[in-house]
Design a protein around this ligand. Structure first.
Ligand code: PMV
Length: 353
């Protein structure tokens, strides 16, 4: 065991282009379909993990305390405890220590932005880093093995988090379109992306900053007996295959229509679950329609996408930044809660601090 007892990582959030929605019935957090995302380098979590050896080694449960933005947050501990219990079979030393976990996000709280991808990404990187240090001299991990381990651990915290450990687009879930892809962890899409799709950014338009009426965990669960689940999974397979080709070729029209269709399919699955529910709000729809109208008038390369919530992600080619910012400020801000939107560049790897 190394003398290395404190580690800190910063990890970006991500936004899926082809959505993960639904889990396989066996295993822990295995996706029912493949997904791909862009990391949002400017919306990130920074997590410091400090460990102290327990005298009673191999305790039956994990020992931890969690702080968010400097405040103790015992309400987060059950989810983190579950994460640690899930990684313990791969990292038995989890039960030998007390873990002090301090995390903070660089985006404001209560914006409805899912912080779990960045948060579990950063946490998983810290644990994989401890494990790599403990194994030094016994086993050497390549950078690829380290990131795959971190991605697997992140997946066990929050499925979509596993894609956040790469600067390149992250692919998660088996697909014949990318031979390295697996359900266990995300892998980077290393093919050359066409220049027309390699310089984009995201403006997250905050429509609703409240607690979601149905959590992602509940949402995934509702896919189990969903009448359209099988066709959605097939469609996601097809869309992923198409998107990889689109990204290589730089087919902008194909990109826009596929990404927007994926966002609407995600919400269509929510609307047709049993019980049905809606996470989009009237202002979500108003923003989408404004984007469609503006694109029709200007042909700007931009597309909207949605997470499991009401906020709209406006993805756009950065060469059009000034025009898009002006469009947001003059036409979209009235639909944003407290006139709030957050911008991020696409890409950017996690950083060890
Ligand atoms: O990672 P989870 O369990 O919170 O699932 C979220 C899934 C979506 O954000 C809605 C889509 C995705 O692929 O990120």
């Amino acid at each position: 065991m190394s003398e290395y007892n404190c580690v800190k990582y910063r990890c970006p959030s991500n936004i899926a282009l082809v959505k993960y929605w639904g889990k396989k019935s066996g295993g822990v957090q295995l996706p029912a379909n493949p997904s791909i995302s862009w990391t949002l380098t400017d919306l990130h979590a920074t997590t410091t993990v400090t460990r102290t050896k327990l005298t009673d080694t191999h305790a039956s449960s994990v020992s931890l305390e969690f702080f968010l933005a400097g405040e103790p947050k015992p309400s987060f501990e059950p989810k983190i405890r579950q994460f640690l219990e899930r990684i313990a079979p791969f990292m038995p030393e989890v039960k030998d220590f007390h873990w002090r976990i301090e995390s903070e996000n660089n985006f404001p709280h209560g914006t409805g932005i899912a912080s779990s991808a960045a948060g579990f990404g950063a946490l998983a990187l810290c644990f994989a880093d401890f494990q790599r240090a403990d194994l030094a001299g016994i086993q050497t991990w390549s950078e690829e093995e380290f990131l795959q381990t971190a991605s697997k651990y992140a997946r066990l915290g929050s499925g979509s988090a596993c894609r956040s450990v790469y600067g390149q687009p992250g692919i998660w879930g088996e697909t014949k379109a990318w031979s390295k892809a697996t359900d266990e962890f995300a892998v980077p899409f290393t093919a050359e992306v066409h220049p027309s799709l390699n310089n984009w950014a995201d403006a997250v338009l905050i429509v609703d900053d409240g607690e979601k009426s149905v959590s992602s965990t509940q949402g995934h669960d509702l896919l189990k007996d969903h009448p359209y689940a099988t066709s959605r999974y097939q469609q996601a397979q097809i869309n992923l295959e198409r998107l990889l080709e689109i990204m290589k070729k730089g087919d902008l029209e194909g990109f826009i229509s596929l990404v927007e269709s994926e966002a609407l399919q995600l919400h269509a699955m929510m609307m047709s679950s049993e019980p049905y529910y809606l996470l989009i709000r009237p202002n979500t729809v108003a923003i989408i329609e404004k984007i469609w109208l503006k694109r029709k008038e200007t042909q700007w390369p931009m597309a909207f996408t949605l997470d499991a919530g009401a906020n709209v992600h406006l993805l756009y080619d950065k060469s059009y930044s000034q025009s898009v910012m002006n469009f947001i400020e003059t036409e979209l801000l009235p639909y944003c809660k407290n006139s709030l939107y957050l911008c991020s560049n696409i890409g950017g790897s996690p950083q060890k601090n």
